[in-house]
Structure formats: C-alpha cells, structure tokens
Design a protein around this ligand. Structure first.
Ligand code: FAD
Length: 404
C-alpha cells in the first residue's frame, strides 16, 4: 500500500519550476502587448518549441506521470504567466489529444508531428467541433461526412464555430456526422491535412479575453480528405455504427470519459489565472496605504484575500483529484472531472473580480494586469462545457436521473 502524500515529487517540482521560469521570464512580460495586438504570438510559440515546452514529447512525458498531476502543474504555471499566450501554446493539444484518443498508431505518427511543426517552423492545430447550432448540444451537429467509395475519400460539408486556431492551423481535426439518425453516436473525427481545398475561415474573432489566442469560425465546402483521414479507421467506425443501429449500449460512456479526462487540465489553466490575481492583490494590499495603514490591515480586505486563497486551494485539490482518478482509471462516479472544471472556472471568475476590487481604480485600468486577468477568467465558465453543463453532468451522475 503506497504511502498517502500530497507532496510533489522531485520531477514534478522540477517541471513546475521550469515552466514557472518560462512563464515569468518570457510569457508574463509579453502578455500586455499580445493582448493589445490581438495576434498569435508566434515568436513565443517558437521559444516554447525551442526549449521543449511545445511539442509532442513534452505532452507524452507529462501524460506518462502515473499520478496524473504533471499536465495540471504545467498548465497552472503557464497560464499564471498569461492565459492568452498560454492558450496560443497549449491550444494545439486539444487536436493532439483527439488524435491520440481516437486515432490509430499510424495516424498518430503521421499527423501529430504536423500539428506542432518544429522549432524552426512551428505550426499549430485546431479541434473543430462546436457549430452555430450545436454548442452545448453536440448531438445537434449539422456538419456531414459522406464516403465516396469510388475514390476512397470522405467529403466534409458544414460550418464550425469558435475554433481555437481555426484557419491558421496546419492540421484541423473536424468532427462530423456520418449518420445523423444516430445523434452523437453517428459522429466521427477527421483529419483535414494542410492546404486542403474547401476549408476556409473567418478572420480572427475579436474577444473579451484570451486575445492572443486565435479563435475563428471554419467553413467546410465539399472538403475531400483521403479515407485514411478518418480517425480510428473505417472498420472501427462501421463496427461502432452497426452496434449503435442495433441499439446496443456503447460508446456514450467512452465519450463522456474523454471529456472528464480533459477537464482537470482546463481547470488547472483557470487556477493559473486565479493564482496570478490573488498574488498580485495580496502584494498590492500590503503596500497600498489608506487611512494611515496598509489596506490589508482591514479585515474587509484581509478576509477577502483569505477567501481567495482558500477557494484556490480547494479548487486545486478537486483538479488534482480528478487528474489522479483519470490517470489511474478510477470511475467518475460523481462527475469528478466536471466538478473540478466547474469549481476552478468559477473560482477564477470570483478571484479576479475580488482582485479588481482590492486594487480599486488601479484594478480597472490597463496599467495593472488584473484588468486583463478579469477578462481572461470569464471564458473558463464557458468553453470546454459551460458551468451549467458541468452541473448537468454532476447532477445526472449523483442522481442517476436524466436531469435537463
Ligand atoms: C475563446 C473560445 C475558444 C473556443 N475554442 C473551441 C475549440 O477549440 N473547439 C471547439 O469545438 N469549440 C470551441 N469553443 C466553443 C465553446 O466550447 C462553446 O462556446 C461552448 O461549448 C458553449 O456553446 P455555445 O457557445 O453554443 O453556448 P450554448 O450551448 O448556446 O449555451 C448558451 C447558454 O445556455 C446554457 N445552456 C445550454 N444548454 C443548457 C441546459 N441543458 N441546461 C442549462 N443551461 C443550458 C449554457 O450553459 C449557456 O449559458 C470556443 C469558444 C470560445 C469563446
């Protein structure tokens, strides 16, 4: 029986300090500029690629950690530096996770390196699933994939919304419906290789936060991809569709599990923003003097900081628990993955709001980063499943009822 411990091991501490160094020396000093420019920070992605923070080897090493914590630690530190730049660097991992989760070994070897490029010529990848009419309700997806037997090609048609790296990606992973009658069980993932005709995108969408990260709508107009671009291969798809048509219980649980597994990592990103804001507000409260004493000497301020720290630490424990459960194949009996992302997202929003309040007028202007953190935090109650959808998952799991 292994000893219970919440201490990080040496490798995890090294990882934390290494990513933190990059976040504080490279990312944070550049954050305001890229937020203002609303452009993809290619030089910083390249820097991350050069030091080995951006690339499959890094992700594979982090995934290999048997405690499941490494990826959370790296995300928290990088996003502590800046969430917009953090997403510009780690946004690619959404597409990579999908290839890794659903692809064959051959597909992984072929496509994952093309998602990242190399340090001399870094690339990004996009995972496109949300649509104008299918956000929280993924089963309403209208993008269609038809198989052309004569040419062994898949033909994709439809529209995707809000895709991180959409249009600027080297590799787009696109979900589409193969058999609309089967709802989400009739859907599959496809690789759209670089330069494929028929895939176009809007300009970068202008956002409240995460402005350095590229977000765009993607259009697929009779996009033809080779049969080998169907993730997992045709035999596996045919088998899955046949089971679904027979009404056999199948992959719903698997899809749910994938989401539950990725959610702690997203929660860790939210924690990075929350911690940045808390630390900044704590320092500010010690130095800002009003009524002849530092404002932290008022309980009203000190208690707010105590609450911020307590909430951040509580959220981190939920994030780490879910990450550990996922890595060690524990069953998510109560939607623990969703619970972690729900809590961390809401803590990021409430903590950054309190930080703005503690800075007063200084919190509202761009001379201080809390204004940006306040804007950046909000997306964490929206993407990767809104807070309401996380509550839906948890409430269904704990009640065994189909709550709507
Ligand atoms: C910056 C950014 C980056 C993104 N990146 C990606 C990406 O890379 N790939 C991708 O595929 N998508 C991406 N998204 C899309 C994101 O995942 C969706 O916006 C999100 O899932 C919510 O979908 P929606 O916007 O259509 O909202 P809707 O589903 O329309 O929801 C609107 C509101 O209704 C609520 N609601 C809906 N259904 C229920 C219900 N049953 N019960 C209670 N409340 C409900 C929601 O919680 C929400 O408050 C991104 C979005 C943004 C803004």
């Amino acid at each position: 029986m292994p000893e219970f411990s919440l201490d990080l091991n040496e490798e995890q501490r090294d990882l934390r300090d290494w990513v933190h160094g990059f976040a504080s020396e490279v990312v944070r000093p550049a954050a305001a500029e890229w937020d203002e420019r609303e452009e993809t920070p290619w030089p910083i992605i390249q820097e991350a690629s050069k030091i080995g923070l951006y690339g499959f080897e890094f992700l594979a090493n982090a995934w290999a950690d048997p405690t499941g914590l490494s990826l959370c630690i790296a995300n928290e530190e990088l996003f502590w530096g800046d969430a917009g730049i953090g997403m510009a660097i780690f946004g690619t991992s959404l597409a990579v996770a999908s290839i890794y989760g659903s692809g064959t070994p051959d597909q992984m070897v072929e496509w994952v390196p093309q998602c990242f490029g190399d340090p001399d010529d870094p690339k990004v990848a996009a995972f496109c699933t949300t649509e104008p009419e299918a956000g929280s309700d993924v089963s309403a997806m209208r993008t269609r994939a038809r198989y052309d037997e004569a040419t062994d090609e898949w033909i994709l048609s439809g529209q995707k919304a809000f895709a991180t790296n959409g249009g600027i990606a080297n590799v787009h992973v696109v979900t589409a419906s193969v058999d609309p009658e089967l709802g989400s069980r009739g859907q599959a993932g496809f690789i759209v290789p670089p330069g494929t005709p028929g895939l176009t995108a809007t300009k970068k969408l202008r956002k409240l936060g995460l402005r350095a990260s590229h977000t765009a709508d993607v259009f697929l107009d009779e996009v033809r991809v080779p049969g080998s671009c169907l993730l997992g291969g045709k035999d596996a798809l045919d088998d899955r569709l046949a089971k679904a048509r027979e009404g056999k219980k199948a992959s719903g649980q698997a899809a749910m599990r994938t989401f539950e597994l990725s959610r702690p990592t997203v929660g860790a990103q939210a924690l990075g923003i929350a911690r940045a804001a808390y630390e900044y507000a704590l320092d500010y409260a010690k130095s800002r003097v009003q009524f002849g004493r530092p404002i932290i000497d008022n309980q009203g301020i000190a208690f707010a900081l105590a609450d911020m720290r307590t909430e951040i630490d509580a959220a981190r424990l939920l994030v780490w628990r879910a990450a550990w459960m996922g890595r060690n194949n524990r069953v998510f009996e109560a939607g623990e993955g969703s619970m972690s992302k729900l809590k961390a997202g809401e803590v990021a929003v409430s903590t950054t709001e309190k930080a703005v309040q503690i800075l007063g007028g200084a919190g509202f202007v761009r001379d201080h980063p809390v204004e940006r953190w306040y804007r950046d935090a909000k997306i964490y109650t929206i993407f990767e499943g809104t807070s309401e959808i996380q509550r839906l998952v948890v409430s269904r799991a704990i009640s065994g009822r189909y709550i709507r």
